[in-house]
Ligand binder design. Sequence first.
Ligand SMILES: [Zn+2]
Ligand SMILES: [Zn+2]
Ligand SMILES: [Zn+2]
Length: 142
Amino acid sequence: MTTVNPETKTQVGLKKELQGEARESVVVTCAFCHGQGRDPFGIMSPLSTCQVCGGTGRRTLPQPTDRCAFCRGTGVHPGARMTCTTCGGVGAVTAPPDAVRCPCCGGTGWARDWPDYIWPDSLFSCPCCGGKGVVAAKLANG
Ligand SMILES: [Zn+2]
Ligand SMILES: [Zn+2]
Ligand SMILES: [Zn+2]
C-alpha cells in the first residue's frame, strides 16, 4: 500500500503546468530594426540605438502573441517613419487568449476599414481593437 494517490498527484501537476503556460513569455525579433538593434531610419544618427528594443534586437512579449495587424508586422507606422502605435515597433502584439477577428475593422486594424468610415485616407488604428485586428471574444459579442 502506498499513501500517495497517483491521480491527485497528476492533477496538481497539470494545473501547475497550465498556470505556467498562461504567464509564459515569448522572445520576438524586433521588427522595427529587423533585429539589428539600430534605428532603421537613423533619425538621430546612423548609429542610433533602436528605441524599440534598446539595441538588443529582441523584445519579450507575454503569450499568446499575434502579428500586429496595423503595421502587418513591420513595426513601422504605415503613415510615417516612426514606430507603430499599436505594437510600439515590435511587430507583434499580445492577443487575448480567446481572440476573434475584430468586428469593427474586419481584422485589418485600420479605422478606415470600418464599413461606415468616411475618411479613406485616415491613418488611425481601429479603436475597437487598438490596431491588433483581434479582440477578446466577449467584446466581439457585445
Ligand atoms: Zn529594435
Ligand atoms: Zn504594429
Ligand atoms: Zn479593429
